[in-house]
Ligand binder design. Structure first.
Ligand SMILES: C[S@@+](CC[C@H](N)C(=O)[O-])C[C@H]1O[C@@H](n2cnc3c(N)ncnc32)[C@H](O)[C@@H]1O
Length: 261
């Protein structure tokens, strides 16, 4: 075979191998691309589903509704009992106390408040959620029947009480859902007697920011900002954590600021 013909055949066969290699690469590339895009589509769907789930949880925590809301209420009672109890203790209720839990959720605070007042004391529960109101009405029907507990459909910014009607009030894990905090604290100041107490329970904003659902609409205010807002509403504030652990919830214990002479 002449040298040039052999070279030409060699070059042809080399080109054939190259083409085969390119084809193989392209095939595997396409296969890989298809695989990657399937995975990323699946990942995208999973992320979207997770986002929707977290948004749903955030919504239920801010305003429990229906069967899901009832489950959330039970979970809140279990998870927040120690926190709510710490807030109740700070009210220092006496036998004749007239107390309110505003945004009582699953209602664990109502039981604790009822236990903290004497037989002549009275407890009020205020909620925006009909589901929580119905759940509490069933659970505490005996206390309601004897007049020790009254439930109200109301809001932190619109409380169903006369000026100075309460000797104490607490609101725990609620302010994340309130756009106008100043308005809410001014309303609480209106209904609490001059010698009364308000306890605001707030989970640690940094700890909350790490939870996957709080990016869906929670207002995580720095504690100094919340305290400033309480001062502006006329309260003197004592601040403590419920325990020494990292990220422990905060209690803001408020009394009426002394009036200037
Ligand atoms: C996260 S849950 C906390 C429930 C309970 N205090 C606890 O710590 O377990 C928040 C509750 O606040 C209620 N809530 C939200 N906005 C409110 C408002 N403006 N006034 C009164 N309650 C409110 C919701 O319906 C919900 O039951």
């Amino acid at each position: 075979m002449a040298r040039s013909e052999s070279e030409a055949r060699c070059s042809r066969s080399h080109r054939g191998t190259e083409l085969a290699q390119i084809a193989a690469l392209t095939d595997s590339g396409v296969a890989e691309f298809v695989q990657v895009s399937n995975v990323s589509r699946r990942y995208g769907h999973e992320m979207a589903a997770r986002g929707a789930l977290m948004a749903g949880i955030a919504k239920q925590l801010g305003h429990p509704r229906g069967v899901g809301g009832r489950v959330v209420g039970l979970a809140l009672n279990r998870g927040n009992r120690a926190f709510v109890n710490a807030a109740v203790q700070e009210l220092h209720a006496d036998n004749d106390a007239v107390l309110a839990d505003v945004g009582f959720g699953g209602g664990v605070g109502l039981r604790l408040l009822l236990d903290s007042v004497g037989s002549t004391g009275r407890v009020h529960g205020v909620e925006v959620s009909d589901t929580m109101l119905t759940q509490a009405a069933r659970r505490y029907r005996r206390d309601i029947a004897v007049g020790r507990l009254t439930l109200h459909n109301g809001s932190l910014t619109r409380l169903p009480f006369a000026d100075g009607a309460l000797t104490g009030a607490l609101t725990v894990n609620t302010i994340y859902f309130v756009p106008g905090l100043g308005e809410a604290f001014t309303e609480l100041a209106r209904v609490i007697a001059p010698s009364g107490r308000l306890v605001v329970g707030v989970a640690d904003p940094e700890a909350m920011a790490k939870l996957p659902f709080t990016s869906h609409g929670f207002r995580l205010r720095p504690i100094p900002e919340v305290i400033d807002t309480l001062h502006s509403a006329g309260f003197t504030v004592q601040h403590r954590r419920i325990n020494d652990s990292n990220g422990a919830p905060h209690l803001l214990i408020c009394t009426a600021a002394p009036t200037q002479a």
